[in-house]
Design a protein around this ligand. Structure first.
Ligand code: GLC
Length: 533
């Protein structure tokens, strides 16, 4: 297929995740907000990304910074109001972009009126909207552990039962296999879809159904103390249940009542277990998240293997996606070496599949050390010794060199990286050699070349050091991408004679024409070569 019209916007676009609290504060309370995003749309358009995913903006006690929702169909006053949201939808569309919102159907806040009713009595009509259990032999119903530490069961004195929470005790899990809950959640989706949102990023999709028999999870023989507590167990009964697919298919049905919307799914599973989330008939998530680049070693062989495996597993008509950062994982530049950040940009923007970028990675915001007394993330507070706080990757966007990088004039909710006076959008946008300018060029190239947007992928070569592959359109337009993952020079040799020109290189001084079978690849070098036809 070469015709753009045959591809959906979420296949040809580039997704940019905005961590709302940290993007732009417009009312100087130290917290990012919806109006702040509106004020920065020109920047995002200039950068060339065209699908914005924004993290939760709903009323919330903020125990998990918005992933604990107390009202699914309103806007938290810290982030603005419904008029701001409507303006955001209109302005995003006016900028020819799409808006995807975070959607958290797995759990509510314990302050949601559904849960308040549910917990009020065993006979309440909403009791079965959540997962309540009587103690087994005086103890919690089973051994399931919360992702954020400790037992996943919380005892309620009032009604003498436990409720299940996969995350914080303030985030009780809904039972989406209950038809009333599914109806209520479907109406929430319709509410936002009718407002014109272009889709949802469904939070913790692989958690959406639990074993009805509540069987104990088996012990994980591969557990290491550095892992989160919940990894002591293999979560085979609490997550990734066969029943989950029916739940997701129902959510998808609601989405499909509207034209041309998208469903992304957050799924932390191995590729073979993630693929079923496309649905047997492609009737579940359009984009079940592919997080491999967040975990595998940054080495040519590992990356080559991950791409091959994923490409081979993808069912017919399923569209790939690749993420390189998000608000739950360490910042890209700190995960890999600084010298590899441009190669990461080339890789992400030349792989087959929708790229997912995390705000600030385009200017190289690093992990920011947050002193103990300033830690905000519950995961950091509940497991202080494991280095799992997510604050370091959630620091405010660095716009310019003014106070607090132009993010806010008040005290920011989280401290900024102290390099913000040198590393910010304003400085980097004026510098042709900056990481930001590099991203902009790569994005523009991808978006103007059918071969890079939806051409075929073939590996040409890989060893311990170098990965090389082509992307080719049906008309035969071909790009050869060569990436050196090491800080040593290596020779790349190719059976066929190569003829072409360097379109983009990690260092601007490498340009010009390519002839012959061999190329000397400098340390950390990445090349995007347009091959002659
Ligand atoms: C998802 C979110 C994460 C949140 C969790 C619980 O993993 O990305 O930030 O803590 O769900 O809602």
């Amino acid at each position: 297929m070469n015709d753009a019209a045959q591809h959906k916007w979420w296949q040809t676009g580039i997704i940019y995740e905005i961590y709302l609290r940290s993007f732009q504060d417009s009312n100087n309370d130290g917290i990012g907000d919806l109006r702040g995003i509106i004020n920065r749309l020109d920047y995002l358009q200039w950068l060339g990304v065209n699908i914005l995913w924004i993290t939760p903006f709903y009323p919330s006690p903020m125990k998990d910074f918005g992933y604990d929702i107390s009202d699914y169909t309103a806007v938290d006053s810290r982030f603005g109001d419904m008029q701001d949201f409507d303006d955001l939808v209109a302005e995003v569309h006016r900028h020819n972009m799409k808006l995807v919102i975070d959607f958290v159907p797995n759990h509510t806040s314990d302050q949601h009126h559904w849960f308040k009713e549910s917990r009020s009595s065993r006979f309440n009509l909403k009791r079965d909207w959540y997962i309540w259990q009587t103690p087994a032999h005086g103890k919690s119903p089973n051994n399931w552990l919360s992702v954020l530490g400790g037992s996943a069961w919380q005892w309620e004195e009032l009604t003498q039962q436990y409720y299940y929470h996969a995350f914080l005790k303030e985030q009780p899990d809904l039972d989406l296999t209950n038809a009333e809950v599914m109806n209520a959640i479907s109406d929430v989706m319709r509410f936002w879809l009718s407002k014109g949102v272009d889709g949802f990023r469904v939070d913790v999709m692989w958690h959406l159904a639990k074993d009805k028999l509540l069987r104990d999870n088996p012990v994980n023989p591969n557990y290491k103390p550095s892992m989160p507590d919940c990894d002591r167990l293999q979560q085979i009964y609490s997550c990734d249940r066969p029943e989950v697919h029916e739940v997701i298919a129902q959510l998808r049905k609601v989405l499909d009542e509207y034209d041309d919307r998208v469903m992304m799914g957050e799924i932390y599973l191995s590729p073979d277990k993630t693929i079923p989330y496309y649905g047997e008939k492609n009737n579940e998530a359009h984009l079940p998240s592919n997080f491999q680049l967040l975990f595998i070693p940054w080495k040519a062989k590992d990356i080559s293997g991950a791409i091959e495996e994923y490409e081979a597993l993808l069912p017919k008509d399923a569209w790939p996606n690749w993420a390189i950062g998000n608000h739950d994982r360490a910042r890209l530049i700190s995960r890999i070496s600084k010298d590899q950040t441009r190669n990461a940009a080339i890789l992400l923007l030349t792989l087959r599949g929708t790229p997912v970028l995390y705000y600030g990675d385009e200017i190289g915001i690093p992990q920011v050390q947050i002193p103990k007394e300033e830690v905000q993330d519950p995961q950091g507070l509940l497991m202080p010794d494991k280095g799992l706080s997510r604050d370091p990757q959630r620091t405010p966007m660095q716009w310019d060199k003014s106070l607090n990088a132009g993010f806010t004039r008040a005290k920011p909710w989280l401290r900024l990286s102290n390099d913000y006076q040198e590393q910010n959008v304003e400085v980097q946008s004026k510098d042709d050699e900056s990481l930001l300018s590099f991203y902009k060029r790569m994005i523009a190239l991808r978006q103007s070349e059918p071969s890079l947007m939806y051409g075929s992928y073939s590996e040409v070569f890989s060893d311990e050091n170098i990965l090389a592959y082509t992307r080719q359109s049906v008309l035969g337009d071909t790009f050869l991408i060569v990436l050196n993952f090491t800080d040593e020079k290596h020779l790349f040799s190719h059976a066929q004679r190569l003829e072409g020109s360097i379109e983009i290189a990690t260092d601007a001084k490498w340009d010009g024409l390519i002839f012959g079978n061999e190329l000397d690849i400098e340390p950390n070098m990445g090349l995007v070569i347009r091959l002659d036809k």
